[in-house]
Structure formats: C-alpha cells, structure tokens
Design a protein around this ligand. Structure first.
Ligand code: PNS
Length: 202
C-alpha cells in the first residue's frame, strides 16, 4: 500500500495552538508528517531553532506519526530529500490565500511532482498568528489560550528577562539578555539604550 509522507514547513516562532490544530489534522490524513522548521539566517527570531524544536517536540509527543526537523534552502528540495509527496500549509482566512497560492504555484513550478495541501484550522484559531502572540506577550496580554502551556511558560521567561533588564538597566547584563530584550521591546529598550550611550558620549 502507498504511504504518503508530508512536510509541514514554517517558522513556528513560536508554535501556537493553531499550528498544533493543523498538525493534528495533518497527522490524521497523512501516514507520516514532518514538521519542518525553517533555518533562516536572515530572520531574527524570538526563539532559537533549538528552542522551537524542543517546544514542537514536546507539543507533538502524543502523535506517533509526527516528527520534528529543521531545514534550510528551498522547501521543495527538503521535501524531496526526505521523500515527501506533499507540503501541508494552513489557511486561516482569505487574506492568507493569495500568498499561499503564490507560494504553492512557485513550489509546483520548481517541483511539479509535489502537491501542496491546504487545511483550515478550527475557526477559533482563525485570528491566531505567531506574530500576534509575540506582540500580545510583549505588551503583557494573556496568552494562555493561544499557545500550549509550555510555550506560554517560555514566553513568560523571555518577558522576565526583558522586565528585569528594563528595571535594572543594562549594567552587568549579558549580550544574549540584551538581544532578547531588544527583540521583545524594540522601541522602549533600544531607545533607553541609545539614550544611555548618548549620555556616555557626552
Ligand atoms: O511560517 P511561515 O513563515 O509562513 O513559513 C514560510 C515558509 C517557511 C513555508 C516559506 O518561507 C518557505 O518555504 N521558505 C523556504 C524557502 C523557499 O522554499 N522559498 C520559495 C517558496 S515559494
């Protein structure tokens, strides 16, 4: 019998309940599903690749046919390398469709044998995106029903670093802390930092 393997590529920064919903749906129709996190050196993600991998591994440990991997380069090349026949992508609303269609058609042009399969997450997740989750977390809103508990915990840890930093100033902090803070609070912290460096110069 033919077994169909699919990949579910994305940034997952961070993974949300919407991603998990799609993984669950995908695991039911494909024999094997690989959640493939893009390693993109041009992006400055909030979570490192290994943090995202750990979160996704923990979120999906209940699914026998789901595995987590990372890749760089073209999605179609990665799909071919792992023997996948399909690319799974989620469509939440019409607004997603244009970009997703463009990507699916480009992928088909690059690799005609590979199909893109669109699935819709549950309506209750139709407004959910990693970008909005990051923004809500950054501004102190409740994120508990948007992401799995583990991810909420990790986001809170990032917030704690940011809050400690802004409360105490940057003396004695490590560069990695500063990077997190700047990533989480781009306006307030970087302007505070610029202000301090101006003071130091004068
Ligand atoms: O979660 P995202 O950020 O919407 O995922 C986008 C992703 C990773 C699927 C897309 O950017 C991608 O496939 N990147 C890999 C490079 C590639 O294949 N580009 C051509 C796409 S048509």
């Amino acid at each position: 019998m033919k077994r169909i393997k699919a990949i579910y590529p994305g940034s997952f920064d961070p993974p949300t309940n919407g991603h998990l919903d799609l993984i669950e749906r995908g695991s039911e129709i494909f024999d094997e599903l690989v959640v493939a996190i893009l390693r993109n050196p041009e992006k400055d993600p909030l979570f490192s690749l290994s943090e995202r991998r750990q979160m996704l591994e923990s979120m999906t440990k209940g699914f026998d046919n789901v595995s987590i991997d990372t890749f760089h380069g073209l999605t179609v090349d990665y799909a071919l390398r792992v023997g996948a026949r399909a690319i799974l992508r989620g469509i939440r609303a019409i607004s997603d469709y244009e970009y997703e269609l463009q990507m699916a058609l480009m992928n088909r042009k690059l690799q005609p044998g590979l199909e893109t399969v669109f699935m819709m997450p549950a309506e209750k997740y139709s407004y959910l995106s990693s970008r909005l989750v990051r923004e809500v977390a950054e501004l102190g809103g409740a994120i508990d029903c948007l992401v799995p508990e583990l991810v909420a915990q990790k986001l809170r840890e990032k917030m704690d670093v940011a809050h400690k930093f802004t409360a105490a100033g940057d003396a004695g902090r490590h560069d990695s802390d500063l990077k997190t803070v700047e990533r989480m609070t781009p306006v307030s912290v970087t302007s505070e930092r610029k202000h301090k460096s101006r003071k130091r110069k004068s």
